[in-house]
Design a protein around this ligand. Structure first.
Ligand code: THG
Length: 368
């Protein structure tokens, strides 16, 4: 028997939980102290459907930290080495966030709602406390709150069609990581072209929990002939896409450069970022280890519930932190961190898995 998850007030429900239950969710994880579905039919069946149709995902656990006030932009820039100074009013940025040592605290999507108002759409760590701490410690003129906002994602090749049926054709012209305010039921929602898959789609930032079920129902009604189903971030597709999971693939012990997120850092021009000096220092030498993708030989690997050791010539040279069998690539796909002497494309390494030793090959790019 697998262990069960005991649900209580601490494992917060979402505005969509009753609908997710009715849709037949079979496994949950906890993310930001909130329920996050991980499986409906099976990870492999969910994967097939995500890649061929369209799904609606309860990703309410991507909680928002709202920063509002005259010094909101200043505080937002303190959080990240990505330069926010050119950010437009309809833009979302993927933003590594770091502490004063350059250690990653989170890798949220930052949404600019107004010159003096941002949402930080967080991964799984209590970033609200850090942001509040900075606001209080620096006596900034801002309010920092967790608003009643719950992202609902539409992901899959038919996402544009489904979203257009509910929000109108305007969704089709939303560019990647941009948003529009579009009406449903007489209320405007932020609808962004983004999401934790590479199948394309949108994220609706559902403001006011009472709107959750009406919107969910409208999407399922409109998408009947598209075979719309309830889904969730899918482990296999997520690894194929090379999308990192904070707390799994990188932690506070890693810099954004180790996490392979250097392309989202403009440390020199990110004046005000509290980790700027630390990152400028470590950037001079370059990282000693970095995120890489790996193809693992042999049959399907078991779930990676703790880091697996990566060896080369008898030495420990890294870890694997996410792994799954990919039906489309007929190999095990994995994400790990590998030392610099071994991180070149094609390097052969050995993995210590709970099933024994496996040969693996290092890749610089993800599969999708
Ligand atoms: N959407 C929203 N909030 C989120 C997530 C999300 N918060 C938690 C978690 N996911 C944060 N992590 C990520 C990781 C990757 C991406 C988004 C959030 C992502 N990356 C693309 C990539 O790496 O190819 C594109 C990044 C870019 O080009 O800007 O989308 O999914 N609201």
């Amino acid at each position: 028997m697998p262990p069960y998850l005991s649900v209580s007030r601490r494992t917060r429900r979402t505005p969509f939980t009753d609908r997710v239950t009715a849709a037949g969710v079979t496994a949950y994880t906890v993310y930001n102290h909130m329920l996050l579905p991980t499986v409906f039919q099976s990870v492999t069946e969910d994967y097939r459907h995500l890649k061929s149709a369209v799904q609606v995902w309860d990703v309410a656990c991507e909680r928002q930290v709202e920063i509002r006030g005259p010094q909101a932009a200043e505080l937002a820039q303190m959080l990240t080495p990505r330069d926010l100074s050119e950010m437009k009013l309809d833009q979302c940025y993927y933003t590594p966030m770091v502490d004063e040592t350059g250690g990653m605290l989170n890798d949220p999507v930052t949404v600019k709602l107004a010159e003096d108002r941002f949402w930080v759409s967080i991964a799984d760590s209590d970033l609200l406390f850090w942001i509040k701490g900075l606001a209080v410690g620096y006596r900034l003129a801002v309010d920092v709150i967790e608003p009643d906002v719950s992202p609902l994602a539409i992901q899959g090749p038919q996402a544009d069609e489904l979203a257009a049926r509910v929000f109108g054709d305007a969704v089709r012209s939303i560019r990647f990581f941009r948003y529009k305010r579009l009406a449903f039921n007489g209320t405007e929602f932020v609808v962004a072209r983004s999401g934790y898959s590479k199948q394309g789609g949108f994220e609706i930032y559902v403001e006011d929990s009472r709107q959750g079920e009406p919107l969910w129902d409208a999407l399922f009604e409109a998408g009947r002939d598209l075979d719309v189903r309830a889904g969730c971030p899918n482990l296999i597709e997520r690894i194929e896409s090379g999308m990192l999971s904070y707390g799994n693939d990188m932690t506070r012990a890693n810099t954004p450069h180790e996490a392979g997120l250097g392309r989202f850092c403009d440390t020199r021009s990110a004046i005000g970022c509290v980790g700027r000096d630390a990152l400028l220092r470590v950037a001079r030498e370059g990282p000693l280890k970095q995120i890489r993708y790996l193809e693992i030989d042999g049959e399907a690997v078991p779930p990676c519930t703790e880091p697996w050791t990566v060896m080369a010539h008898g030495d420990v040279i890294g870890t694997v932190t996410s792994a799954a069998w990919s039906p489309d690539f007929s190999t095990n796909v994995a994400i790990g961190m590998v030392g610099r002497d071994f991180w070149e494309e094609g390097t052969l390494v050995e993995l210590v898995t709970p099933d024994g030793s496996r040969a693996a090959r290092v890749r610089e790019k993800s599969w999708l």
